[in-house]
Design a protein around this ligand. Structure first.
Ligand SMILES: Cc1cc2nc3c(=O)[nH]c(=O)nc-3n(C[C@H](O)[C@H](O)[C@H](O)COP(=O)(O)OP(=O)(O)OC[C@H]3O[C@@H](n4cnc5c(N)ncnc54)[C@H](O)[C@@H]3O)c2cc1C
Length: 1002
């Protein structure tokens, strides 16, 4: 059905402009905008908007303000933020900051002024902080003949306790609104439409605020839990003749939100209900398909639903997120495209209004005029669609529309400022964005003619910007392999299929591979699935000492010709290996799920990291191989690298492929030959990596696969006189032992062995007194309990400043309680098993010690799973003495020590007070404190305001010092240098006074 044919396009355009001009004329009749109460805020915003740096600092200050209690702290933040804005501040402002009182009455006045102004700004967009204020706000709206939809502020909750509380508050909200509004006298314009009476009570909900484990990786589990939570809300709504709208959030939530919306409305109880709607974002590339599917679904269901068409509020977030993840950008990237798409979808909705009843959410006069014009051209009866706008925005436009007899509904948020901050910041961003319609019309005074232009007329602009962005990315030589986006059905299906296929291959035997030939062993090692300990993933060869020696001999034989192979050719092998891993990525991830108890995302990240190592080290080798000359006339000076020789790679099970692949590929590409010993617990994944190296056709003996028991073959490998280098990642005890053994010179040995050892940590995160609690709790839980705390980068200590200690601890415990303990193959698994029985016993010993030394505040219970696999629930100890065993020794399990400190100096002393220096973190919103911690928290990898695990090749080269490691960082620019010997050759090229011209040096 397409009612507006091309022949009508001109008419539509004329009518759109006529409506637009009419609306503008009505605004002008309302007198100067200057008289509106928001004028002073507008001036302030106008001034800040002129400078991006000031805008950034202002928004950051507003964001942290609700958490600050002390007047002195408020003043300090104000100073720190605006000092960062530096030179762009006018002179008077810089003087003001300098002389700002730091204590006493003056500081209190500054704090009061900051709070009052921020509150006023917030109150522009947020109708109140409690139900009574919300009720008063909707009563005021109704007096202006405006309908409402109320939103209880809050999103992305991290604890189930908060999610349940949010649900209860929404139910109270519906009842409270119904009590007052349903009995009020009717207003014809807003309380009915051509189909009959409309629910007066209208509430908008955000799904992520109602379930803490909302995660698109597990659509079925999330939908089940979510519907459980939604049913009482929808039931209350029906009982009270109320309407529920599902808001749309970030792109990763989109498909799942649509899925849950449809599933719950198909349930018997709600199958005949029409007082529901969902928001659809026109800035998304795939929203047309979504709308089409929604229309078909509504037809099948036999009941209409409402669709609120909006452009979308997360544009900045989506573009940044896509760039960070190296994912396709899901949103349109030119503003005119979004506007044009909005108009296109407007037509679609109006054409399908009997199935999808349209609500146009926009403040853009052109977009709305287009909707009005379309509806008129289609002869739709008045009231068959509505316009929706946000509270506190475009007030004159609302009045103008009401004046035209149009139903306008106002999205009216209320609630505490802290949970509402994300909403407020979105509104501030929206109002100050360069391309915002409101900014262009009310602040920049762009001519009406231009504001009413058809968006497609802008088409030619913007392409220049796109080209320059393209040129920028072409300059980047290395890009990280994107992680799989499990919010996409394709990725989930691929993973499920891979799990099924791999399940069918469990229990096979994997021999050694020495000098290109499979070698059987007298005994094998059973690799057990830690999630289901009765399941054998595979049987791998258990190398003997003689076989270890044979592997070294094979590597030794392969060395000379591999050493002399062109580095370009060696690099090409790695690039091809990256390609094979990429092709097999889901299968290789599935093996890790079964063999190591890795959750989907963890396994996928490990495989992506393996690809990164191959690609990155290939590039690094090409860089190292560039000729380096420092010639002078008559003298040629060449500097170059050559490999060391046979390298023994001993890898752990916790990154079963990435670390093994990283160390091996670095050794290979630099021209060394390798004896590759995977951990006993992950030898099958090691065999799979060996398959990759075989597939790319590495010459025989260049890599040898030698699974075995460390205690049995370790000494034979490390002490062997023909071994040039040992690359190890694992525990401190073994690393130091290897280092000692390797230092011994065997009788026939003509070189000193090089040892690289990456050995664990006791990593801490500091929580400053102004930290964003949501972010901090989420980041700490992810860092401490991701992959059950079995990462060398995992957080095992959290050091909290005392003013935030109690709220932080309470929320951390609740967030941890909300995590689901499950087998690793379950996509909803947050906490899986630890690697084996021995690990479980060791971790439980630490827990027992912890109970004697500190207060156990949370111990997760795996319940019946305990008998199924090696499960341990997460444990949190509070008030831990920084010198206690659990605060000093590496546990390598889901056990977290929380330490309380008075101030940042003490926090730093505690943080640095262990023998390790691997990773560390800080959550703070104070620029000065961030600067201080950057300098003084001495660890290999410091992360600020994010989790401390998940280092990416090239972006976060990984590795520590003190007793955390020997050598330079994996995935960084110095790593390969450790695998080579530098040589310099000088040739005197002068003969009897003449010399060739000097070469260009690099
Ligand atoms: C009643 C109501 C409910 C809402 N509910 C939701 C919701 O559930 N979910 C949600 O996400 N938003 C929601 N919003 C917010 C809404 O997305 C924004 O208010 C809206 O995008 C602003 O668009 P506009 O037409 O008013 O202004 P305009 O100034 O015309 O458009 C601004 C919009 O254009 C888009 N844009 C900006 N720059 C670019 C660019 N370079 N390339 C491409 N596109 C660009 C962005 O979407 C931006 O918000 C709601 C808004 C209203 C009025």
């Amino acid at each position: 059905m397409n009612l507006i044919h091309d022949t009508h396009a001109d008419d539509l355009e004329r009518l759109t402009r006529a409506y637009g001009s009419e609306l503008f004329a009505r605004l002008d009749n309302r007198g100067p905008v200057l008289l509106t109460p928001g004028w002073w805020d507008d001036r302030l915003m106008e001034w800040t908007m002129a400078q991006e740096a000031v805008k950034l600092q202002l928004f950051r200050f507003i964001d942290v303000l609700p958490l600050l209690e002390e007047p002195g702290t408020i003043g300090r933040h104000l100073r720190e933020y605006f000092e960062e804005a530096g030179q762009v501040l006018p002179g008077w402002a810089r003087q003001g900051l300098r002389w700002m009182p730091r204590s006493g009455l003056g500081a209190r006045l500054v704090a009061w002024a900051a709070r009052t102004n921020a509150r006023r700004m917030a109150r522009r967009f947020i109708a109140g902080s409690n139900l009574d204020e919300a009720l008063a706000a909707v009563a005021r709206l109704r007096r202006r003949k405006l309908a409402f939809t109320v939103d209880l502020l809050g999103e992305a909750t991290i604890t189930e306790a908060e999610a349940v509380q949010h649900q209860e508050e929404i139910i109270e909200l519906i009842k409270g609104l119904a009590e007052t509004v349903n009995t009020a006298s009717p207003i014809a314009l807003i309380d009915g439409d051509p189909e009959g009476p409309l629910p007066r009570v209208n509430v908008s909900v955000k799904l992520t605020s109602l379930y803490s484990q909302f995660d698109a990786i597990d659509p079925e589990g999330t939908s089940r839990a979510m519907r459980e939570r939604l049913r009482p809300i929808l039931r209350t709504a029906r009982e009270n003749h109320a309407f529920i709208n599902f808001d749309m959030e970030q792109y990763v939530c989109k498909d799942l939100t649509l899925h849950i919306f449809r599933e719950i409305l198909e349930e018997d109880e709600f199958a005949d209900w029409s007082d529901v709607g969902i928001a659809i974002q026109a800035y998304l590339r795939d929203c047309e398909r979504d709308l089409g599917e929604l229309a078909a679904w509504a037809q099948r269901r036999g009941r209409p639903i409402w669709v609120r068409l909006i452009k979308g509020a997360y544009w900045d977030y989506e573009t940044v997120k896509a760039a960070q993840e190296n994912w396709p950008v899901p949103v349109l990237t030119d503003k005119w495209e979004t506007d044009a798409n909005y108009e296109h979808l407007t037509r679609f909705l109006l054409e399908n209004h009997t199935l999808l009843r349209p609500a146009f959410g926009s403040h853009n006069i052109r977009s709305l005029a287009h909707a009005l014009a379309c509806a008129q051209m289609m002869d739709l009866p008045p009231g068959s669609f509505e316009v929706q706008m946000l509270y506190g925005m475009a007030e004159p436009v609302k009045e103008a529309l009401v004046g035209l007899g149009q139903r306008v509904r106002v999205y009216t948020p209320y609630g505490e400022l802290l949970p509402g901050m994300a909403y407020l910041v979105r509104r501030l961003l929206e109002n100050t964005a360069n391309e915002s319609f409101l900014r262009e019309s009310f602040t920049e005074h762009v001519p009406e003619e231009q504001l009413l232009m058809n968006p497609v007329e802008y088409e030619d602009r913007g392409s220049a910007e796109r080209e320059s962005a393209g040129a920028r990315s072409a300059l980047e030589t290395f890009a990280n392999e994107p992680l799989s986006d499990f919010s996409k059905g394709d990725a989930r299906e691929a993973m499920k299929t891979a799990l099924d296929q791999v399940r069918g291959q469990l229990g096979q035997t994997y021999p050694l591979l020495i000098g290109g030939s499979a070698v059987a062993t007298p005994a094998t090692i059973d690799s057990i699935n830690p999630s289901h300990m009765k399941e054998i993933v595979g049987r791998c060869g258990r190398a003997t000492v003689a076989q270890a020696q044979a592997a070294i001999a094979a590597a030794g034989r392969a060395f000379p010709s591999w050493r002399d192979t062109d580095p370009e050719v060696r690099a090409d092998y790695l690039v091809r290996a990256a390609g094979v891993i990429r092709r097999r990525r889901f299968e290789l991830a599935a093996w890790q799920v079964f063999e190591c108890g890795k959750q989907w995302r963890e396994a996928d990240a490990d495989v992506a990291e393996s690809i990164d190592y191959c690609a990155y080290y290939a590039g690094e080798m090409r860089r190292l191989a560039l000729p380096r000359h420092a010639d002078v006339p008559g003298e040629e000076n060449e500097y170059f690298y050559e490999p060391r020789g046979v390298t023994v790679v001993i890898a752990p099970w916790n990154f079963p492929m990435a670390i093994l692949c990283g160390m091996t590929s670095a050794a290979l590409v630099t021209g060394n030959t390798v004896v590759m010993k995977p951990a006993e617990q992950s030898a099958v994944v090691g065999a799979k990596l060996m398959e990759v190296f075989q597939e790319v056709g590495l010459p025989a003996g260049v890599v040898n696969y030698l699974p075995g028991i460390g205690e049995e073959i370790g000494p034979a490998l490390v002490n062997h006189p023909d071994v040039a280098m040992i690359a190890f990642t694992g525990s401190r005890g073994v690393g130091l032992l290897l280092n000692r053994q390797a230092a011994e010179q065997a009788p026939a040995q003509d070189h000193v062995k090089r040892v690289l050892a990456e050995m664990g940590g006791k990593n801490a995160i500091i929580i400053d007194d102004d930290a964003d609690l949501d972010e901090a709790v989420h980041g700490v839980a992810a860092s401490a309990f991701g992959y059950q705390g079995q990462k060398c980068s995992a957080c095992s200590r959290v050091i909290v400043l005392e003013t935030l200690y109690e709220p932080f601890l309470t929320r951390l415990v609740e967030a941890t309680r909300s995590l689901k303990i499950a087998p690793a193959e379950d996509p909803g698994c947050s906490i899986g098993p630890v690697i084996d029985a021995e690990a479980r016993r060791r971790i439980l010993d630490f827990v027992e010690k912890g109970k004697r030394q500190a207060r156990l505040v949370y111990a997760g219970d795996p319940g019946p799973l305990t008998a199924e696999g090696y499960y341990i629930g997460p444990h949190i100890f509070a008030e831990v003495d920084p010198k206690a065993t659990i605060a000093q020794e590496e546990i390598f399990g889901p056990v977290l020590a929380v330490v309380k400190v008075r101030d940042l100096d003490e926090a730093l002393a505690v943080a640095n007070g262990t023998q390790y220096a691997l990773t560390g973190g800080l959550y703070s919103r104070s620029p000065a404190n961030i600067r201080k911690v950057r300098r003084q928290f001495r660890v290999g990898n410091l992360y600020i305001n994010r989790k401390i695990t998940g280092a990416l090749v090239h972006r976060q080269p990984f590795g520590g010092f003190k007793l955390s490691g020997i050598g330079s960082k994996a995935g960084g620019p110095d790593y390969l240098l450790q695998f080579v010997l530098p040589r310099a050759i000088t040739e005197n090229t002068m003969r009897r006074g003449f010399a060739p011209a000097a070469e260009n040096s690099v």
